[in-house]
Design a protein around this ligand. Structure first.
Ligand SMILES: Nc1ncnc2c1ncn2[C@@H]1O[C@H](COP(=O)(O)OP(=O)(O)OP(=O)(O)O)[C@@H](O)[C@H]1O
Ligand SMILES: [Mg+2]
Length: 308
């Protein structure tokens, strides 16, 4: 059983907006990434998961409890950082922290103090006048101060400067080592790459792909960097490859081509290369970013990593 379970969840806002029959499970101790373009449905899924909205149909459960029915019990054990931070106005950061400490029954101040120090947060000012980044830091401190078992993070680093982004990612890695379960929605591929065990891709309200990160390393589509004796040869091969759909010439840098080849076609591809004077041949790691760009481009059909 997953510690987080979403089963056939549908919320239809009309005009094809919302989420439609999405399902996923996250095991205890797992870090799960949620990727997808703007408006894909990530925040909608997360808001249902933490019980802020009632689904039209389907289920969202955390710790085996129905999210909508048990949301206050769930929030006591979950650290949630919303995509859009809205803080109560007319109070200082300190007052907000105190309010949340009471709500989450935090008795020991040492963790709160450590978090404030780590993020160099100054909570003395009025929440209304805080900078975007400071509000984000305040939301992070408040979400983590009760040392929750599960972290549900909706674009948690947006608005943080690069040093703070790094500090936050290091903290998440540590929390994961401590056995925490993490759901991370983000547009930053490197965050998924460093943290997540599994990823799902959501687009237009549907989960269109889901796989363990290790699959990416063994993806059957590989990118090769090939340097030829002359740029004339590179031009010629590029032109020759243009009319087929089996291999894709991604780019050319003078005498060097970057070509994507599926493992199935590697022999055929090597036999074509025999006609050329190849000086260097190497396998380029396909980054998550390169791989997932296809899901962000509207006109590209889903290919997905082979699950075999
Ligand atoms: N309360 C609502 N009423 C009507 N439509 C909504 C509501 N909330 C979200 N939507 C719509 O549902 C779709 C999914 O929005 P959602 O915020 O879940 O996307 P997202 O994946 O989090 O995007 P982003 O990456 O921009 O944060 C969007 O088209 C959005 O306009
Ligand atoms: Mg969102």
């Amino acid at each position: 059983m997953g510690i987080i379970e979403v089963e056939n969840l549908t919320k239809d806002y009309g005009f094809k907006r919302g989420v439609f029959g999405i399902s996923f499970k996250i095991k205890k101790g797992e870090a799960y990434g949620f990727l997808g373009p703007n408006g894909a449905g990530k925040t909608t899924a997360i808001r249902h998961l933490i019980g802020f909205s009632k689904p039209d149909s389907g289920k969202a459960r955390i710790f085996g409890l129905d999210s909508f029915k048990h949301y206050s019990e769930i929030l006591d054990r979950v650290g949630y950082i919303p995509g859009e931070i809205s803080l109560p106005q007319g109070i200082t950061g300190y007052e907000f922290i105190d309010m949340m400490k009471k709500m989450r029954k935090v008795r020991d101040d040492s963790r709160v103090e450590k978090l404030i120090e780590l993020f160099e947060l100054d909570p003395s000012g009025d929440t209304k006048r805080m900078s975007f980044g400071n509000k984000r830091k305040l939301a992070i401190v408040v979400a983590l101060m009760h040392d929750p078992e599960i972290l549900i993070l909706d674009e948690p680093t947006s608005g943080l400067d690069p040093v703070m982004q790094e500090a936050f990612m290091q903290l998440l890695k540590k929390e994961r080592r401590r056995g925490k379960t993490i759901l991370l929605s983000t547009h930053i591929f490197s965050e998924v790459e460093t943290l997540c065990d599994r990823v799902s891709i959501i687009k237009n309200g549907y989960i269109v792909d889901e796989f363990p990160m290790s699959k990416l390393k063994y993806a059957e589509d590989k990118l090769y960097k090939i340097t030829f004796g002359s740029s004339g040869e590179a031009n010629e091969l590029r032109a020759r490859l243009e009319d087929n759909s089996i291999w894709i010439c991604e780019r050319q840098e003078g005498d060097t081509l970057y070509i994507q080849v599926n493992d199935r076609n590697i022999n055929e591809f090597l036999s074509i290369l025999k006609d050329y004077n190849v000086r260097l041949f190497s396998h380029e790691k396909l980054t998550l970013e390169e791989y997932f760009m296809q899901y962000y481009l509207d006109d590209v059909e889903f290919k997905g990593v082979s699950h075999g």
